[in-house]
Design a protein around this ligand. Structure first.
Ligand code: PGA
Length: 261
């Protein structure tokens, strides 16, 4: 790990209604705090469905939980006749700090290509949100081009053409490792995260590359997280399935304990 603040992000996907969200967040805050803040130093964020955001915001605010709030998507537009879409302005109003963009499920089920991801990244910047830009190769792409070509290309496409780059996070999630139980090895993850950082450095300079957090995602659990975070190239994890279980997710957030052992 470098001196970037480690980021532990839980993507709930389309799980948990707003009442179930209350139960999970309460249990999570309690579990994280028990054993005396030994996740300190890491930033922990949850990414609930849109309909839970107001409830979770209110709970975090009232209880002073040390949890950041993220959304799973946003519109590339700011307002108007876009039925069903959610503006970054609405998210900012709810104290949402982070927003996932270009998750592989959006890329494949909603045909979100690099141009859409770039436009949504611009929308996040316009509203002061930190985009968590998801990149990763499918199994076919891995076989045809190796591991890093697609994620590097997707990263540069998302970052191109903005007047000013605000803060952003990159999440490297090999598509073949999402929800499958197949995990990239820590070496594979570190290698691709390193290649992404190199590409950012080449295009935008060492300073930006040095402060950008690059995460690994794909079947991360409490018992394999430490391997990824040992590498200086991997600054955190984006967790799907395991973020729905408070004990498991807080076990991930307390990764330092595993590293120290
Ligand atoms: P998973 O999902 O942890 O369930 O593999 C990761 C993700 O899709 O962000």
């Amino acid at each position: 790990m470098a001196n970037r603040v480690p980021f532990i992000a839980g993507n709930w996907k389309m799980n948990l209604d707003h009442q179930q969200a209350i139960a999970l967040v309460q249990k999570l805050a309690w579990t994280l705090n028990e054993a005396g803040h030994d996740y300190q130093g890491a930033e922990v964020a949850v990414f609930p469905p849109f309909t839970d955001l107001r409830t979770v915001q209110t709970l975090i605010d009232a209880e002073k939980f040390e949890l950041a709030l993220g959304a799973q998507d946003l519109s590339k537009h700011d307002s108007g006749a876009y039925t069903g879409e959610i503006s970054g302005a609405f998210l900012a109003k709810l104290d949402v700090k982070y927003v996932l963009i270009g998750h592989s499920e959006r890329r494949s089920y909603h045909n979100e290509d690099d141009a859409v991801v770039q436009a949504k990244t611009a929308a996040a910047f316009r509203h002061g949100l930190v985009p968590v830009i998801c990149v990763g190769e499918t199994l076919e792409e891995l076989e045809a081009e190796g591991a890093s070509a697609v994620p590097v290309r997707q990263t540069l496409a998302a970052l191109a053409g903005h007047d000013n780059l605000g803060e952003f996070v990159i999440a490297y999630e090999p598509v073949w490792a999402i929800g499958t139980g197949k995990v990239a090895t820590p070496e594979e993850a570190a290698n691709v995260c390193g290649k992404i950082r190199e590409a950012i450095a080449q295009q935008y300079g060492d300073e930006l590359a040095g402060k950008t957090r690059i995460l690994y995602g794909g079947s991360v659990k409490a018992n394999n997280v430490a391997g990824f975070l040992k590498s200086v190239e991997v600054d955190g994890v984006l967790v799907g399935g395991a973020s729905l279980d408070a004990d498991e997710f807080s076990g991930i957030a307390r990764f330092q304990k595993h590293i120290a052992l």
